[in-house]
Design a protein around this ligand. Structure first.
Ligand SMILES: NC(=O)c1ccc[n+]([C@@H]2O[C@H](COP(=O)([O-])OP(=O)(O)OC[C@H]3O[C@@H](n4cnc5c(N)ncnc54)[C@H](OP(=O)(O)O)[C@@H]3O)[C@@H](O)[C@H]2O)c1
Length: 268
């Protein structure tokens, strides 16, 4: 039977590459965008409307897929946004918005998909987190926190739904060459902010890492491998050797030494 995959954020970057790859491997693929009409050029992927900050669009999205196929085998919560800004100057409203984008949005969709997977007695949910969600990164505290929270919530959810035949995993990318910087949410700095120079320097470094990152196609292959596995781990990483190594270093080095490495890496 052809597996039905719903992948959010398929108009660009990792989501688009994964949607195309799965389509080429005979999956029925539905992608999402906040504005699918903008992307009409690629008719091979059925793009539906979904906005992480409008949870009511989650039910409409699921209804549309169910109307067309009657099942959802794999949900890939890929849509998300890069978020930057110094913690001191990020107001509470923005912090809530950041969490709404990278945590509550994916969770709202999961809540709508779970009853369907429970009824099917099978299903796989892949939550795309970030290697940056395993550690606090300077000027990306809200991003790290929201992705870290998605990872921990996935661990809890996995245990809750296992008995229904539903599997939940996370996949944390390192740096991939996508357009994520153009969609990034930048917290504005105050005019007299003490962070101007450091923040700019740090942003330049982050962007450089992304633009020199791995190929989205490699990421798509990892997603496909995870889907095909019979027995899955809780967490997966995907990225360069050094990025994966950073997690090992974090677990074995004294925290102040690891902090020094990170500060040096991001030039802060
Ligand atoms: N690229 C990396 O280096 C990297 C590293 C670690 C983690 N990640 C994670 O991987 C995922 C994909 O990233 P990417 O690099 O492919 O980014 P991207 O090229 O900017 O693509 C993001 C996708 O998410 C959608 N999206 C963005 N904000 C949205 C919102 N508020 N509501 C609904 N959809 C939204 C976009 O669709 P529309 O704009 O059409 O709505 C787009 O399709 C993200 O969760 C990101 O955090 C990426």
């Amino acid at each position: 039977m052809t597996k039905v995959v719903l992948i959010t954020g398929a108009s660009s970057g990792l989501g688009k590459a994964t949607a195309s790859y799965l389509l080429a491997n005979n999956y029925r693929v539905f992608g999402t965008s906040r504005d699918p009409h903008k992307y009409n050029y690629d008719k091979s992927i059925e793009l539906l409307t979904f906005d992480l900050n409008q949870p009511e669009t989650a039910q409409q999205l699921v209804d549309q897929v169910m109307h067309k196929t009657g099942r959802i085998d794999v949900l890939i919560n890929n849509a998300g946004a890069g978020i930057t800004g110094p913690i001191e100057e990020t107001d509470l409203k923005s912090m809530k918005y950041h969490f709404s984008t990278n945590l509550f949005g994916p969770l709202s969709l999961i809540q709508k998909v779970l009853p369907i997977m429970r009824e099917q007695k099978s299903g796989l949910i892949i939550n795309i987190t970030s290697i940056g969600g395993y550690m606090g990164l300077p000027f990306r505290g809200m991003y790290s926190a929201s992705k870290g929270a998605l990872g921990v919530t996935s661990e809890a959810l996995r245990m809750e739904v296992k008995r229904f035949g539903i599997d939940v995993v996370t996949l944390a990318p390192g740096d991939y060459a996508t357009d994520i910087p153009t969609r990034r949410i930048y917290s504005p700095l105050k005019k007299d902010s003490p962070y101007h120079a450091l923040y700019k320097h740090s942003l330049d470094t982050i962007d450089e890492h992304v633009y020199h990152g791995s190929r989205p196609l490699d990421f798509a292959r990892v997603v496909h491998k995870i889907i095909k596995l019979k027995k899955r781990k809780v967490h997966y990483l995907s990225g360069s050797f050094l990025q994966k190594l950073s997690l090992l270093l974090k677990s074995i080095l004294p925290d102040t030494l690891f902090e020094k490495i990170i500060m040096n890496h991001y030039k802060v």
